[in-house]
Design a protein around this ligand. Structure first.
Ligand SMILES: [Zn+2]
Length: 285
């Protein structure tokens, strides 16, 4: 009996690992098309080919400066041919210098107003971000506060690279704003803390690129994260975070990695995290 139990324990993880990868559509909820990509080695046909061959059928598009997003939005024929729906977000950065000052810079608020009024060839902007707060206290910056309230008023989603303290501060300014927490906390707040924030804010979503502790060993889900995803299947999104060109280079592998652990989940849960949650946020067909 002991031997059988031991054999079962040894073989079960292998059975899990051989589960088929998720094969359905992907919603890339954290995509940048920055100038060093579109002016460099990743022109539009190249990035669309990467999305198409990976089954990425919709993207949250944002870029530094906003020209990359506009280029994606204007390429109606090419994106349609690639089967990619572009969900445009307004980036708050004209250059890298804006990363560390946007939350108190009135000219950034003016930029957002101007972009929002202009819209894109793919329709109105649907969100703000990604923005960064390296010091959570800056969530109380005058412009950060105004932008959260603007997003809430206009029904814009907000893609925010912030810590758990800043999630509380940002949603304190605009309790009904739809916040997408980039990386679900890149510094890896404990699963219990993530769960507490999901409970506290029903409109909070977690995007999973770079999330520490999500996968263990060979790309399989870590047990505590598997439990969390099963408990909140409607609250998570996947994303590439192509913040530097190397991420475009790695795009196929990143999407393969998602498909691998999504395949470990029940098919309906995998489909929600991979596609339905993002499609639902922006009312895609
Ligand atoms: Zn990013």
């Amino acid at each position: 009996m002991r031997l059988i139990a031991w054999l079962l324990a040894a073989l079960l993880p292998m059975a899990g690992a051989s589960a088929a990868d998720y094969a359905g559509p992907l919603f890339d909820a954290h995509l940048h098309y920055n100038e060093e990509a579109y002016q460099g080695p990743y022109p539009l046909p190249d990035v669309l080919a990467r999305m198409q061959r990976n089954g990425v059928q919709a993207i949250i598009a944002n870029s530094r400066p906003n020209d990359g997003t506009k280029a994606l939005a204007e390429a109606r024929e090419q994106t349609r041919a690639a089967g990619v729906t572009v969900v445009p977000f307004i980036r708050l950065y004209r250059s890298r210098a804006d990363y560390t000052n946007w939350f108190r810079d009135e000219s950034i608020y003016a930029l957002v107003q101007q972009e929002y009024a202009r819209g894109t060839a793919a329709g109105p902007y649907r969100g703000l971000g990604e923005f960064h707060l390296y010091d959570s206290a800056n969530a109380n910056g005058a412009v950060a506060k105004k932008l959260m309230q603007f997003a809430q008023k206009k029904g814009l989603a907000v893609l925010a690279h912030v810590d758990d303290v800043a999630v509380d501060l940002l949603l304190g300014h605009a309790p009904k704003a739809r916040l997408i927490w980039a990386h679900t906390g890149i510094s890896g707040p404990p699963v219990a803390r993530v769960q507490a924030l999901l409970e506290k804010y029903p409109q909070l979503m977690g995007e999973l690129s770079y999330r520490p502790g999500l996968t263990c060993g060979d790309g399989a889900l870590c047990p505590d994260w598997r439990t969390l995803l099963l408990k909140y299947p409607d609250r998570f999104l996947i994303g590439s975070d192509t913040w530097v060109n190397q991420r475009w280079d790695a795009y196929d592998g990143l999407m393969r990695g998602y498909r691998r652990w999504l395949g470990e989940l029940p098919p309906d849960v995998a489909r929600r995290i991979a596609w339905d949650n993002g499609a639902g946020l922006f009312q895609l067909p």
